[in-house]
Write a protein that binds this ligand. Sequence first.
Ligand code: TTP
Ligand code: CA
Length: 367
Amino acid sequence: MQNRVIFLADFDYFFAQCEELRNPTIKDKPIVVGVYSGRTEDSGAVSTSNYIARKYGVKSGLPLFMAKKKLEGTDAVFFKVDHEYYDQISSRIMQIFRGYATALEQVSVDEAYMDVTEQVEGSFEKTREYAQKIKADVKTQVGITSTIGVGPNKLVAKIACDSQKPDGLTIIKPHEAKTFLAPLPVDRLLGVGKKTTVKMSEMGIKTIGDLAKYDCQVLVEVFGKAMGIYFHNAANAVDNDPVQEQGEAESISKIGTLKQDTHDLDFILQKTDELSDLVIKEVASKGYSYKTVTIYVVNVDLSSKTRSITLEQPSKDKETITRNVRILFEKFLAESPLEIRRVGVKVSGFSKEQRQQKQLTSFFTSG
Ligand code: TTP
Ligand code: CA
């Protein structure tokens, strides 16, 4: 396989930078964006702060009253989080990124992976100029600075990105990846939380390099097969996870058993109509549009079959599901003489206008 070239772009001190953007006169002051719980005037916590405020020790998670204390005597400015505004800025930037990548995977309001292998013709030599172009384009069009990490996979791109902020650009070529990771503490790897760090430390594993050299078989015994292999690969800078549009891997489906085995279209459609109701509710609650409708059939002999239609345009409504489910079943019943026992309706190929924050870490159990 050809080398992949993966970018991770992360917007700098994002919420605070958004506030700077609409209040340019405060740019040289400490800026704090916080969630106010409302109990007392200062109760709540810091969401983020600009780099000037960070010099005073004001960081994400700090209680607001402590942030006020640390910034006493400065001309610090405090803001309440305004997610709607940050989401708008985020969408505009993501839209720009789309033009630069074959695939884009947004992982949070201010982070996205891009697969740019084709665009740079697989050459890491071309990545510096290309990344700088993207950064400059975002700065000119939207006014936000960002940091880009470049690597042969998502794992390396992410750690590269974190290694120099703000307005950073760190490029790790494939042959440098292992050496780049080796001296870093193990908890820099996704999925290595507090408990795992302690456990690994007991095993004499402190750095990613230690982990890379460790017997994979023993890792599997201690952490289970999936995690053991993941740790071994990750430490060795191996990560084949594709850059995937958010939601692309997902689907929403409902399956039900018919009151009796049947080959009757209307009887089946009554059931799929109920299922479609449940499906569309979930689709709507997530704000998705879907592009593919699939039926699932379990015959009386327990063999199962699926049939799909991909739409020309993404859709949000139930009618499109029911219409296509009907088309699929008409065709299916004409082809298959067997009576049917269970049926299912599935939609997939999601897109979303306002993407919600998705925590990468949620794939892993903590520690
Ligand atoms: P981060 O990318 O972690 O932080 P950042 O963009 O503020 O700063 P950096 O320059 O280091 O990238 O988080 C992105 C946004 O998510 C951040 O602007 C505010 C929000 N956030 C919270 O609301 N609470 C938190 O604890 C963290 C870490 C972030
Ligand atoms: Ca950020």
